[in-house]
Ligand binder design. Structure first.
Ligand SMILES: *Cc1c(COP(=O)(O)O)cnc(C)c1O
Length: 364
């Protein structure tokens, strides 16, 4: 059996550090706003090269706060790639605004920069980009597009911790960055967790206030807010894992390179390899018109797989109110039938990568 990811082996490799971090939080009894929260925020801000980092309860909370602190509100439109997890778009609706779905590029799998102009209306206020699977978007083009139309930029970095475009960390190009530490993410907590990053102090202060019931003092509330805090246990666990993240990221990149070299002669689309981008391979997704046959072969050999994502957002039942129809975003629709995510985690062995690639090659 080759699993899709292996959180058990990861834990066993760092067990002493994790166990003592958990023990220390329990014995501090500061389960909310403990010291470890500020420590992790500071260390993760440094890792992502952002001035301000606010630990939060989830990546979804980070996206919701990002739109709110940027003043996006009812009647506004936000450009959202159709190929992402629903959290990127449902939080647009949570502030009363409307997601306008953009197609993706068939090489990068990210938002298609060539198709953005036609989505602009007088109501467009922002664009959210998703560094899908850990591959950075073309941020130079996104930034100049946003400047031209006076749009805010939100970077959904949920899958892209430590990824870089032209040597610069993702999350530092836009106004606000949202990170997820869902357990399976490249940096994963032992439960739900997320963070909001920015270089703008005013935006940070707004987010901090909203995330903690709008208060600065215990029972004086400047505004109504939310309970979106990162809890101390998760922060302590994340701070331990953050120390290992650069090494785990390099291992993911090495594994991706091995996949590339073993699969390159097959008629399948591999993840983009672009020297301007540091892809961190949260997901190693291939695109193939023989998906079902490969799935059957993987199953027969007890190899786990995933599909990210099988239905683009514009065709989800949740968005029927926007009245999109099949054919509207052709690249997203085609790739949703072709994407196949292969096992990817720092501990994946060379032998297992070879086995996975042999099984795929056997289909051709
Ligand atoms: C995981 C993910 C989210 C949501 O993060 P949670 O921490 O699960 O709330 C948002 N966007 C993308 C692209 C994701 O992969």
């Amino acid at each position: 059996m080759i699993p899709f990811m292996d959180l058990e082996t990861q834990y066993l490799n760092i067990r002493e550090e994790i166990d003592s971090a958990i023990f220390n939080v329990i014995h501090s009894y500061k389960f909310i706003n403990g010291l470890e929260v500020a420590t992790f925020e500071k260390n993760f801000a440094t890792a992502q090269n952002l001035k301000y980092m606010l630990g939060l309860a989830s990546g979804t909370a980070a996206l919701h706060l990002a739109y709110e602190i940027l003043g996006i509100t009812s009647g506004d439109e936000v450009i959202v790639p159709a190929m992402t997890f629903i959290a990127t778009a449902e939080t647009v609706r949570q502030v009363g605004a409307k997601p306008v779905f953009a197609d993706i590029d068939p090489v990068s799998f990210n938002i298609d920069c060539n198709g953005l102009e036609k989505l602009i209306t007088p109501k467009t206020k922002a664009i959210v980009v998703v560094h899908l699977h850990g591959n950075p978007c073309e941020m130079d083009r996104i930034v100049s597009f946003a400047k031209k139309y006076n749009l805010k930029i939100i970077e959904d970095c949920a899958q892209a911790h430590l990824a870089e475009f032209q040597g610069q960390k993702v999350g530092t190009f836009g106004d606000v960055a949202a990170f997820s530490f869902y357990p399976g993410k490249n940096l994963g907590a032992y439960g739900d967790a997320g963070a909001l990053g920015t270089n703008d102090e005013t935006l940070y202060e707004k987010a901090k206030l909203l995330a903690n019931h709008g208060r600065k003092e215990k029972y004086v509330h400047q505004t109504e807010g939310y309970n979106y805090r990162l809890d101390t246990l998760q922060a302590a666990i994340l701070d331990v894992k953050l120390r290992h993240l650069p090494e785990w990221t390099e291992q993911r990149i090495n594994i991706a390179n091995t996949y590339h070299s073993l699969l390159k002669n097959l008629p399948i689309t591999l993840p983009e390899m672009n020297p301007a981008k540091k892809h961190v391979y949260h997901i190693f997704a291939i695109a193939t018109d023989r998906r079902q046959r490969i799935i059957e072969a993987l199953k027969a050999n007890q190899i786990a797989f995933g599909i990210h994502y099988p239905l683009p957002l514009h065709l989800q039942p949740a968005y029927s109110y926007l009245h999109y129809k099949p054919g509207d975003l052709p690249n997203s629709e085609l790739l949703s039938t072709q994407f196949l995510s292969l096992p990817m985690y720092a501990e994946l062995s060379r032998d297992n990568i070879e086995k996975i690639c042999q099984v795929i090659a056997s289909v051709y």
